[in-house]
Design a protein around this ligand. Sequence first.
Ligand SMILES: *Cc1c(COP(=O)(O)O)cnc(C)c1O
Length: 239
Amino acid sequence: MTDRRSELAANLAQVEERIAAACAAAGREREEVTLIVVTKTYPASDVRILSELGVRHVAENRDQDAAPKAAQCADLPLTWHFVGQLQTNKVRSVVGYADLVQSVDRLKLVTALSAAAVRAEREIGCLIQVALDAEEHGRGERGGVGAGGIEELAAAVAGAPGLRLDGLMTVAPLTGPYAGRQQAAFERLGELATVMRATHPAANMVSAGMSADLEQAVAAGATHVRVGTAVLGVRPGLG
Ligand SMILES: *Cc1c(COP(=O)(O)O)cnc(C)c1O
C-alpha cells in the first residue's frame, strides 16, 4: 500500500468505527446511516483510492474543482453529491456529474436545475438545505432557507421535471439559538423532515453531521453524514 492509501484506509476505518459506535449508542442499525466522503480540495487520485477502499458516495462543494475531478473518476462506481452554494450559471455543469444536489435553497435554483436535468436527460436528486440560524422566512449566510421556506421549495422540486425530492440537509449553525447545540439542531432538522414526509413520503434523506459532529447527527436520526477532514485530513486554507 502507498502511504496515502494506508492513511486513508486508517482514517476511514476510524470514521467507520465512530459511525458504528454512534449507531449502537442510538439503537440504530449501521445500515441506516450512509457515509458520504467530502473530497473537496483533494485530488482525483484520492477519490480513486477511496473508491477502491469501498467508499460509494462522495461530495464536492465547488463546480470548478468538482467537474474535472468527476470526469477523471467517471469509470468509478460512485454517487456524486453537490453540497456547496450553487450559482445558476454553474447548474448545467453540475448536472453533468452530480447525482444529487444537497444545497437547493431557492426557487430560481429549482427552475435552473430542472431545465438542465431535462436537457441532459438525467434525474437529479434534490435535498433542501435548511438554515437553522436564519429567520423562519429568511436565508442563511452560508446558504440554506429558513424553516418557513421548506414547503414551497419542496413542492417546487416535487413538481419539477427531471428532479426528485429526496429530503433535507443542514450544516450545524455557528450563530443563533442552535449555536454550539449540534444535536438539538439536528433533532430540529429531523422534525422538519418528518413534517415534509407527510406530504412527500419518499423524501426520506436527512443529511446532517460532519467530522466534528457525526455522533450527534446519528443520535438525532440522520440518514447521511458528510465527512471530509476526518477521512482526508485538514484542508489547506478555506474549503
Ligand atoms: C466541507 C463540508 C463538509 C465536511 O466537513 P468536515 O468538517 O471536513 O468533515 C460537510 N458538509 C458540507 C456542506 C461541507 O461543505
